[in-house]
Design a binder for this molecule. Structure first.
Ligand SMILES: *Cc1c(COP(=O)(O)O)cnc(C)c1O
Length: 478
C-alpha cells in the first residue's frame, strides 16, 4: 500500500473529525455566508508525483477554494430553484458515501441497496398521495428524469407505429405537444434524437397564464388525426409556477391515445399541503412524472426521481436494457435498475431521501412547503406595496416574478440585479416574461424566515435607490 494511503487509513478518525468540524462551522454560519463572490484567479497546479495526504489536501482545498464557495444552500439563495439540505438528508448522503454501494439488483445475492431505493420510492408515492402503480428510480436531476420518462415515451410512440426505436433508431417523426415546457425537456428531446424543434406549441390560457389551454390542446390533438403523440405538461412552470389542468387532461386521455408526461420538478410538492394539493388533482393518471429532490425536498445534489406507470415496464426495459451482458440475466424476470434507467453503476442516491422522509415525515414536508409559500407571499406583499417594483405575474405558489416599475426602467433591470446579487445577501435570477425583463425569486429553502425576507427587501430598496441615483447623475443635461 502507498505510504500516504497507509497513513490516512490509520488516521481516518482524525481526518473525518476535521471534516466534521469544518462541516459544522460551515452549516452554522450558512445564513451569514455570502451568496455570491467575485472570483479571484487561482494558479493552476500540476499533479504531484508524491501526494500530500488527506490532511494537507484539506488545507490546500481551504486555502484555494473554501472562501469562494457561496451559500447556495442557505436561506437567501433564491436563484434558479435551489434547495438546501436538511440535517437528516446530510446524514443519509454522508452514509451513502461511506457505504459506497453500487445500487442495481433487488433480488439475488447482491446487497440491499436497491431494495432501499424501491422502499424510498414507496415512501415518495405516499408523500405525494400517488397510487402505488408507478415504478420509480433515482437519477441525478429533473433533466435526467425528463430524459428517462421521454425515452420510454419515445419507445411507446414507436410501438404504436409498429417500430422498435430502441433497436432500429428513431426512424419517424415523433409528435410532441406542449405549452410551456422547461428547457430541460427540450434538451432531452435533442438528446433522444427526437429533435428539439419538433414540438407543437399549445396555446396558453388568456390572462397572464402559462398553463395550457385545454380546448386548444384538443384541437391540436384532432389535427393529428389519430397519430400517437407525447404530451409534455407542467406542474409548476419556473417563471410563474402555473399548473396545467390535470383533471381536464385526464379526461382527454380517456378519449385520445397519447403518452402523458408531467414535469413536476418542484411544483409536485404542492401535493404535500392540503392547501395546495388541488393544483395536482388528476396527475395520478399520467404515464410518467418527473420530480426533483434537490430542490424542495432539500436534500443535497444530485437527486431526482422519475415515475413511470408499472404497466409500461416492458417498454422501459426495452429502452434501457443492458442485455448484451449475458451474466445479467433476463431483464424482466430479475428487476435490476441498470435495465430501467440511463446509468449502469450508480450510488445509493435514495439514502438521503430515505433519511429525510423518515426523520420529518408528512408534517415536516407540509411545514417546509407552507413556509416557503408564506415567505414568497411576504415578498409578494412588499412588491405590491412598493413604488419601485411591480409583479410580472401573480404569485401562485413559491416563486415571485417581478420587475422594476415603469417602462423606462426596463434598461436598468440587469444593473439592479447585478448590484443586488453583488451584496452577497441574496441571490436571484434574471428572466424574461411576456416580453419584459424580469427577476425571479424562488423560495424552497427549509431555513428561510420572515427575517430573511425583511433583510432582502431592505437591500432591494437600498440597491434600487443607488441604481436610480447613478442613472440620474449620468443623464446628460439637455
Ligand atoms: C429545475 C427544473 C428542471 C431541471 O432540473 P435539474 O434538477 O436542474 O436537472 C426541470 N423542470 C423544471 C420544472 C425545473 O424547475
Amino acid at each position: 500500500m502507498n505510504d500516504q494511503l497507509k497513513t490516512d487509513l490509520s488516521n481516518l478518525g482524525s481526518l473525518l473529525e476535521k471534516v466534521k468540524e469544518q462541516s459544522l462551522a460551515y452549516l452554522d454560519q450558512l445564513p451569514e455566508r455570502p451568496t455570491s463572490v467575485t472570483q479571484k484567479p487561482r494558479d493552476k497546479e500540476s499533479l504531484q508525483d508524491h501526494g500530500l495526504g488527506g490532511s494537507a489536501a484539506l488545507e490546500l482545498f481551504n486555502s484555494q477554494y473554501e472562501d469562494l464557495l457561496v451559500a447556495s444552500g442557505g436561506p437567501r439563495y433564491w436563484g434558479f430553484v435551489t434547495g438546501g439540505s436538511t440535517p437528516a438528508s446530510i446524514m443519509g448522503d454522508w452514509l451513502a458515501t461511506v457505504y459506497d454501494q453500487n445500487t442495481q439488483s433487488v433480488k439475488g445475492q447482491g446487497d440491499v441497496s436497491a431494495a432501499i431505493e424501491v422502499d424510498t420510492v414507496h415512501l415518495l408515492l405516499d408523500l405525494f398521495n400517488l397510487p402505488q402503480d408507478f415504478l420509480g428510480g433515482f437519477v441525478t436531476g429533473a433533466t435526467m428524469s425528463n430524459f428517462t420518462c421521454l425515452a420510454v415515451a419515445r419507445q411507446w410512440v414507436g410501438k404504436e407505429l409498429g417500430h422498435d426505436f430502441s433497436k432500429e433508431g428513431v426512424t419517424q417523426k415523433i409528435n410532441v405537444l406542449t405549452a410551456t415546457p422547461h428547457s430541460s425537456s427540450i434538451k432531452s428531446m435533442a438528446m433522444l434524437g427526437m429533435g428539439s424543434n419538433n414540438f407543437t406549441k399549445v396555446e396558453v390560457l388568456p390572462g397572464n397564464r402559462e398553463a395550457l389551454d385545454v380546448q386548444d390542446l384538443e384541437l391540436k390533438i384532432q389535427d393529428l388525426k389519430g397519430q400517437p403523440f407525447i404530451l409534455i405538461s407542467s406542474a409548476g412552470t419556473v417563471n410563474t409556477v402555473d399548473f396545467d389542468d390535470f383533471k381536464a387532461i385526464a379526461a382527454l386521455k380517456a378519449k385520445y391515445n397519447f403518452w402523458w408526461h408531467i414535469d413536476a420538478a418542484f411544483g409536485g410538492f404542492a401535493a404535500c399541503s392540503p392547501k395546495f394539493r388541488h393544483l395536482v388533482d388528476g396527475w395520478e393518471t399520467a404515464d410518467s412524472i418527473t420530480i426533483d429532490n434537490h430542490k424542495w425536498m432539500n436534500v443535497p445534489y444530485e437527486s431526482a426521481f422519475f415515475l413511470v406507470k408499472e404497466k409500461h415496464r416492458l417498454l422501459q426495459t426495452e429502452t434501457f436494457q443492458n442485455s448484451n451482458a449475458p451474466y445479467l440475466g433476463d431483464p424482466l424476470a430479475n428487476f435490476n435498475y441498470l435495465n430501467f434507467l440511463p446509468e449502469n453503476s450508480r450510488r445509493l442516491r435514495a439514502l438521503p431521501v430515505w433519511f429525510t422522509l423518515n426523520a420529518y415525515g408528512r408534517s415536516g414536508y407540509q411545514a417546509i412547503v407552507e413556509n416557503s409559500v408564506e415567505m414568497a407571499n411576504l415578498l409578494d406583499k412588499f412588491i405590491q406595496q412598493s413604488s419601485a417594483f411591480d409583479l410580472l405575474a401573480p404569485t401562485r405558489l413559491n416563486n415571485v416574478c417581478f420587475t422594476l416599475q415603469g417602462e423606462e426602467s426596463q434598461e436598468h433591470v440587469a444593473e439592479f440585479l447585478t448590484q443586488l446579487n453583488a451584496t452577497g445577501k441574496v441571490f436571484m435570477t434574471p428572466t424574461v416574461y411576456n416580453g419584459k425583463k424580469g427577476i425571479r425569486a424562488s423560495l424552497v429553502n427549509w431555513r428561510t424566515t420572515a427575517q430573511d425576507v425583511a433583510l432582502v427587501t431592505e437591500e432591494m430598496q437600498r440597491v434600487f435607490k443607488a441604481v436610480l441615483e447613478k442613472r440620474t447623475s449620468v443623464q446628460p443635461t439637455v
